[in-house]
Design a protein around this ligand. Structure first.
Ligand code: CTP
Length: 414
């Protein structure tokens, strides 16, 4: 289940070329289980996005003039219907404005309410508002626009997702390109997570993916970890307000806006992990780390005609989780993962929790249909030091990560 399941999102569209990106956004909101998207058009936005397209995609009448109230609700049919902007403030869980034009930004910064988007934004004082600005670089850099953005940035319920550098519709290249859709979703998760703000001010490190130990210049010794469970944990921590560093062998798609450090070998993972752990409040060690590497590296490529067979001599790698536990400070929280076969899942997990001196361990059975490596779903046992074991049912890794984090947060000192 996505964090957006059953939510109502008001989508305010500004009069800019990037308005066309609203269509894909509505589709993605739909895929993530959003109950309803309420489409609103700012002044002149109908020139960039046809109301009919929005109606077809959302199944909801578009609100395009302050003088006309859309029939969103049976209430609206009554003579004294709730005005649309009040209805939005009551019913929508968040308002997304895309593109947030210089004009809309100026209106919001000054409390003007003369179009459906600015009217809704002015009324939504206690619900999250996310602005996705997009405009020409000169406009973006204009001191008046920056001053208005600074005013809005001080509004606690408002997040601004700054545009990136790229090719603009005017043919110029510069800052003003609408930020990636994934960043908007991260901002929505941050705004709507049930753990919102719980880990604010904390720094967490997550490792994900699998190590690759070189056998020669071409071949590697690796494992089947896709990095999805670690990525889901990093997303959940980010949504709960933590500052996240994700150390991963797989670059996340779509990209994220927390810190990402890549690694391939156990040695490289160790080099990133140890200093990051030292400065952290918590570690989630989801990486599948090689237990062995080649005793002596082969230079160049191993040629089959040179030898009749290839006997590999392997040397143990250090246990990175144990190395972190040995350096753990009292305030730090350490969680491990264990992929096991079904038999003795609990016994093996309890042994690892104790041996590695962990605060938590999630163990999953890789021989259960639809679970674990490369799968989008996972299920397993969550062991929290000194607490009863929690059984987590099979579900998408993103939802599972939120459940795991919820249980962890409950054990942390307030
Ligand atoms: N781990 C680690 N360094 C290693 C091996 C494992 O930090 N060299 C961590 C993993 O990231 C995971 C936890 O230890 O969080 C358990 O890993 P797992 O592979 O299940 O256990 P091992 O200790 O390697 O034991 P075994 O493979 O024999 O089950």
């Amino acid at each position: 289940m996505s964090l957006l399941q059953d939510k109502t999102i008001a989508l305010g569209i500004g009069a800019g070329v990037a308005a066309y990106r609203a269509c894909d956004l509505i589709r993605e909101l739909d895929r993530q289980g959003v109950h309803r998207v309420l489409p609103l058009l700012g002044t002149g936005a109908e020139q960039f996005m046809a109301p009919l397209t929005l109606e077809a995609l959302t199944g909801v009448p578009v609100w395009q003039s302050v003088l006309q109230t859309p029939l969103w609700h049976p209430e609206a049919l009554k003579p004294l219907a709730t005005p649309a902007h009040v209805l939005i403030a009551q019913q929508a869980d968040a308002l997304v404005i895309l593109p947030a034009t210089a004009n809309l930004i100026a209106k919001l910064a000054n409390g003007l309410a003369d179009c459906p988007v600015s009217l809704a934004a002015t009324t939504m004082t206690s619900k999250p508002i996310i602005l996705m600005p997009a405009m020409n670089t000169r406009m973006w850099e204009n001191p008046a626009v920056q001053r208005n953005l600074a005013t809005l940035a001080a509004q606690p319920n408002l997040q601004i997702i700054s545009p990136t550098e790229g090719l603009l519709s005017c043919g110029e290249t510069g800052t003003g390109h609408l930020a990636p859709q994934a960043w908007l979703f991260q901002a929505l998760y941050r705004a709507l997570s049930p753990l919102v703000g719980k880990l604010k001010g904390q720094t967490w490190v997550v490792t994900a993916g699998g190590t690759q130990e070189p056998l020669d210049a071409v071949r590697v010794l690796t494992n089947r970890s896709s990095g999805q469970m670690g990525l889901a944990m990093a997303d959940a921590l980010d949504a709960a307000g933590a500052t996240v560093t994700l150390i991963t062998s797989q670059s996340p798609k779509p990209e994220r806006f927390y810190t990402i450090q890549p690694y391939q070998t156990t040695h490289a993972l160790e080099a990133c992990l140890m200093p990051a752990f030292e400065a952290s409040d918590g570690l989630v060690m989801a990486a599948a780390v090689a237990d062995f590497r080649l005793s002596s590296a082969i230079e160049g490529k191993f040629k089959k005609q040179d030898r009749a067979q290839w006997d590999l001599s392997l040397t143990p790698t250090p246990d990175l989780l144990m190395a972190c536990s040995a350096k753990k400070k009292p305030h730090q929280f350490i969680m491990g993962f264990a992929a096991e076969t079904h038999s003795q899942l609990h016994e093996n997990a309890a042994k690892k929790l104790a041996q590695k001196q962990l605060d938590a361990l999630f163990a999953n059975a890789i021989d259960v249909e639809g679970n674990g490596f490369e799968a989008t779903n996972n299920a397993g046992l969550l062991l929290l030091k000194g607490k009863p074991v929690i059984t987590l049912q099979q579900q998408p890794k993103a939802a599972l990560a939120h459940q795991i984090l919820q249980a962890i947060v409950e054990t942390l000192p307030a």
